[in-house]
Write a protein that binds this ligand. Structure first.
Ligand SMILES: NC(=O)c1ccc[n+]([C@@H]2O[C@H](COP(=O)([O-])OP(=O)(O)OC[C@H]3O[C@@H](n4cnc5c(N)ncnc54)[C@H](OP(=O)(O)O)[C@@H]3O)[C@@H](O)[C@H]2O)c1
Ligand code: SF4
Ligand code: SF4
Length: 383
């Protein structure tokens, strides 16, 4: 495992961190899964295997896996594993409405995580609605107090909004870390590379989330893009290119990925074994720039299947619909996508079930206009 020295905090973190948002799930009838039903044995085995291999950064959050991730992580970190890692978790700021709520939530999370301190405590998915609201409720004073009390070690936030807001938040407090979405496709999206460098210039550690864009950059690679990757003199799989593109850059501290199986974890650990800043040659950088351009021309909806908008009260499978819509253009899979969409129609989980209640849109970290995009997708998938 490669480690990154974080000089501002004087700690060494593993370049690869385990995100506990996409843990192995139990298989239900007909191959269905339910995010609340974690395959506990396999998830614990996976997390411990990563730690045994040198991963020292574990990321979870209150809402992941319908609130089952924190308790699972607590179990995985029993038997001495807790002392081997930096544990990160996130306050669901949308569930807090007063200063007392902040205190209650942190205490509840410490209990759920079965620990007396959270190393990196993040304000979850800050955006233009949540940031001014919790700032005015005294969140920064709360973070100071939580540090003084030893309940948290480092104060941080994760971010899903536009760059100017990112800079405003960075400038508002003496943060220890900021977590941003950043990958091949999102170099200039949300905080993007400018935000990454802005935080680094202020000596704030950065952690990267969604490095594979929820898996799409590894698994759903269009033929044309694979052809470009194949031009490289050293052959690598798309997952390796996606991780390598990030690791090449000097700024990121931890690159967090959420493996959904032990095999994926092992694969990623192998890839990370030799990834260091400066690991891409100039030719390889030119190749990745071409791939980035090709991707940008194809994506219709920038949905990362994070599931924050789910469940829809009317049953719409929002990420499922967007995935099929994108697949038409990413993989030239019109026929297959339309066929798969018929199944959603049969299950009454297709876009036409949307009543435009509006519940989902404020929850989307990608700020997708879900209602309008669902209509567009429905037309493309049924037209
Ligand atoms: N704070 C926030 O707002 C926020 C938002 C998003 C994420 N996060 C955190 O950041 C972590 C990382 O984000 P992410 O989970 O979206 O990371 P990611 O690396 O972009 O996506 C993970 C997915 O990629 C696929 N994958 C992983 N390793 C692979 C490999 N070696 N080969 C092929 N496919 C592979 C898997 O997809 P399949 O399961 O489809 O196989 C896996 O579920 C999360 O787990 C979570 O802890 C935080
Ligand atoms: S707006 Fe539509 S998709 Fe969104 S939660 Fe309401 S019914 Fe579901
Ligand atoms: S629509 Fe937004 S919130 Fe819903 S899964 Fe996609 S990215 Fe996540």
């Amino acid at each position: 495992m490669q480690y990154r020295h974080i000089s501002s905090l004087n700690i060494d973190v593993s370049a690869y961190g385990i995100g506990c948002m996409r843990l192995p799930l139990r298989q239900l009838d007909q191959g269905k899964t339910d995010p609340a039903l974690i395959n506990e044995k396999e998830a614990i085995r996976m997390i411990r295997k990563g730690i045994d291999a040198g991963v020292n950064y574990i990321d979870t959050a209150y809402p992941y896996h319908e609130k089952q991730s924190e308790p699972l992580v607590a179990k995985a970190l029993e038997n001495g594993y807790r002392d081997k890692v930096y544990l990160a978790s996130k306050m669901p700021v949308w569930e807090t409405h007063s200063y007392e709520d902040f205190e209650k939530m942190l205490d509840l999370q410490l209990q759920r995580l079965q620990t007396d301190k959270i190393d990196f405590y993040l304000l979850h998915a800050l955006n233009e609605e949540s940031w001014p609201r919790i700032r005015d409720l005294g969140i920064l004073k709360f973070l100071d107090k939580a540090k003084e009390a030893g309940k948290i070690v480092y104060a941080a936030f994760s971010f899903h909004d536009e760059l100017p807001l990112f800079k405003e938040i960075i400038d508002a407090y003496d943060w220890d870390m900021a977590q941003i979405q950043y990958n091949l496709l999102d170099e200039h999206y949300q905080a993007g590379v400018e935000g990454l460098r802005y935080a680094t210039d202020k000596d704030i550690m950065t952690v990267i989330m969604e490095p594979l864009r929820g898996g799409a950059l590894a698994q759903k690679v269009p033929v044309g893009i694979n052809r470009v990757w194949d031009e490289a003199s050293v052959k690598r799989r798309p997952v390796e290119w996606a991780f390598r593109w990030l690791a090449d850059q000097p700024e990121p501290g931890v690159i967090l990925s959420g493996p959904s199986s032990v095999e994926q974890l092992e694969d990623s650990l192998r890839i990370f074994s030799d990834l260091k800043p400066g690991c891409l040659s100039d030719d390889e950088k030119a190749l990745t720039a071409r791939v980035q351009k090709l991707y940008h021309n194809k994506v219709k909806v920038g949905c990362t299947a994070c599931n924050y908008c789910m469940p829809c009260p009317y049953g719409v499978n929002i990420p499922g619909v967007f995935s099929l819509y994108n697949n038409i253009f990413l993989f030239d899979e019109e026929k297959e996508s339309k066929q798969a969409y018929q199944k959603l129609i049969k299950d009454e989980t297709d876009a036409s079930q949307c009543t435009e209640c509006g519940q989902c849109e404020p929850l989307c970290p990608q700020n997708i206009q879900i209602i309008a995009k669902l209509k567009e997708a429905h037309q493309a998938l049924t037209g």
